[in-house]
Design a protein around this ligand. Sequence first.
Ligand code: ATP
Ligand code: MN
Length: 480
Amino acid sequence: MKRIEIATLIQSEEFGKEVIVMGWVRTVRISKNVAFIALNDGSCLKNAQIVADLSVIEPTVFDRIHTGTSLKIVGKLVESIGKEQINEVHATAIDVLGEANPDHYPIQPKKHSLEFLRENAHLRFRTNLFGAINRVRHHMIFAIHKYFNDRGFYNIHTPIITASDCEGAGEMFHVTTLNLNNIPKTQTGAVDWSQDFFGRETNLTVSGQLEAELAALALSKVYTFGPTFRAENSNTSRHLAEFWMIEPEVAFSDIHDNMDLAEDMLKYLVQYALDHCAEDIEFLEQRLINEEKSKPQNERSTMTLRQKLRFVLDNTFERLTYSEAIEILKNSPDQKKNKFVYPIKEWGADLQSEHERYLVEKHFKKPVILTDYPKEIKAFYMKQNPDGKTVAAMDVLFPQIGEIIGGSQREENYDKLLQRINELGMSKKTLWWYLDTRRFGTVVHSGFGLGFERLMLFITGMGNIRDVIPFPRTPKSAEF
Ligand code: ATP
Ligand code: MN
């Protein structure tokens, strides 16, 4: 007989049927004649309710059963009189598969802090919270592929090791096989990368965009969904050194089509979560309510998790230019009352997440898409506007998160692109292949990057990006 998964088991009304259930003990409670075990196998949030009559099951076996112990239960499915579940399993045999000594097993049936669970990331999957987060994460990954597949996009694997710096920010991890204790040098004393594995300087990619563009200029509609790496030493709750990014790239598409795509995709993903992760979302919503209670009144969110998700679904995203946003921010009560940590000084400043959140949460009370940023604060490949000062960039701003998507129409004009590359002192030589697409059959095209973990923060209502990826990589932290 095969094991039945708990997600299936808890819905079954085949009372009287013999079943085999396996999983990890969440709680065990023993009274005089009977023992109750809540067993979880991760297939869903809920536990199977196991009832063991101590005249049927040898009582000494319970000396070995604690939270975290893995068990195989053979038993009979019985209708439950409890309100919590429709059935329970009356055990006829209990096999202890693996013990978990309660003196050493760190995950106990009580509230653990998120910090503690991060230090025990190898076992935090076994909590209700991390089970829920990781199931939602899976559904979101699947939904992203489904969204694009249903709309005729092709998934492209772009390289993880590259020789170019797409964002020009220089926050990259080197990839090398050089002996770090004896680095070969050129005559001028610089590192001699020609002796390295690839015969040149290479790094982990910060974005798959440049290569995705090459594919889009042939397959029309493509997307990447891969790991990206940024060695930015920013210890914030929104930045990881290793994160996953979704990057669609579309030929014959301008910045307006690009905004439509971003808004449609985000709404689709939020709706998908509500439709396919109802139980876990409800659990996460309750967690958020409890957490809000511990905050001072004036810092509490007025929306529940599902209200926040609906906030995205029910509103048309507000679209305005960066310049308009700067005016709003400059004249805002928050600016005048000195509430911003970084007050807005003048046109040209990069926006901080406090400004982005102000626009979304206080001013417009809906998600916002800002366009036409100053070219100085954006990457070289963005389409230059006729004003000579701005580029056709678009950032999508969300409540709680700030920037969730960054994108743009791309500069398709060879001369203008080359001029910008030169202005920025970038190497034309390493980008020859990128420039070639503007020499041969160039077309208007656009794309964007959605940080997958930023999306996960929003969908789960978690506050720290370290908790929505199974194994976070951040400065000074790469355990597990
Ligand atoms: P930020 O200003 O928030 O650092 P960015 O402007 O550097 O973002 P982009 O280079 O436009 O971001 O990257 C596209 C998207 O990738 C962002 O909108 C965000 O969702 C996500 N992202 C960027 N950096 C990180 C990071 N370090 N960790 C997680 N997600 C990130
Ligand atoms: Mn950044």
